[in-house]
Design a protein around this ligand. Structure first.
Ligand SMILES: Cc1cc2nc3c(=O)[nH]c(=O)nc-3n(C[C@H](O)[C@H](O)[C@H](O)COP(=O)(O)O)c2cc1C
Length: 201
């Protein structure tokens, strides 16, 4: 059975991750319910240049349903509507704070609250640097409530060469968290560095 995933896109830097994530989920056969915040739309437009947040293939896919950010009458606002999980990518500190506080005055934060209260998966791909103490406290609060904080921190051990490679490393890990098989991630294997690697100063 295919998965149904709610995806929120908020106004943090990193629209390239959202574009890849939505494309990878559709490619994996998931049904997507997409909500983009006003700042999410504006930041994506400024970062993606000529590219759209949704590729033409994704925009035309029957698997994609879009929802208005202010539509609190949407099915996503109710726990009676079945989804498997929600990912917010990228996630701002503003949306993190609202989720941590249990606020639900837009569809992204309301749907996030629904996923926490219904004990479904909630993954927040936070993007900020450095982090304020209050962000750290908010992350702990969401984590304690069952959410997963998955910061947008791609690893470099896969020797990424392009921005797309970096985005794949993060998107693949999000798919891992959702239980969706993928080959986007460079899987760590022990490198051949000799036996005295821990002996140095
Ligand atoms: C170009 C631009 C980049 C931004 N990048 C970030 C960011 O990386 N992380 C973040 O927490 N906020 C960032 N912000 C600030 C948020 O967009 C702002 O707090 C906004 O109120 C978030 O609303 P939303 O969470 O509903 O999308 C950025 C704003 C702009 C205009």
């Amino acid at each position: 059975m295919s998965m149904t995933i709610a995806v929120g896109v908020t106004g943090a830097s990193g629209a390239v991750y959202a574009r890849r994530l939505i494309g990878a989920l559709i490619q994996a056969g998931a049904d997507i319910h997409l909500i983009v915040s006003p700042l999410g739309r504006a930041v994506a437009a400024s970062e993606l240049g000529d590219s759209e947040l949704l590729t033409p293939a994704v925009a035309g896919s029957a698997r994609l349903t879009t929802h208005r950010h202010d539509d609190l009458f949407s099915a996503l606002a109710s726990g009676s509507n079945r989804t498997d999980a929600m990912v917010i990518c990228p996630c701002t500190c503003h949306t993190l704070a609202d989720v941590a506080a249990g606020r639900g005055d837009n569809l992204i934060t309301r749907a996030a609250h629904v996923h926490l209260k219904e004990r479904r998966g909630l993954i927040l791909c936070l993007r900020e640097m450095p982090l304020a103490h209050i962000d750290l406290l908010n992350m702990i609060r969401v984590s304690e409530a069952g959410g997963i904080i998955c910061p947008l921190c791609p690893p470099f051990y896969g020797a990424p060469k392009t921005i797309g490679d970096l985005a794949n490393e993060v998107v693949g890990r999000v798919l891992d968290l959702l239980g969706i098989p993928n080959d986007l991630v460079a899987r760590w294997t022990r490198p051949d560095v000799g036996s005295d690697v821990t002996a140095g100063g």
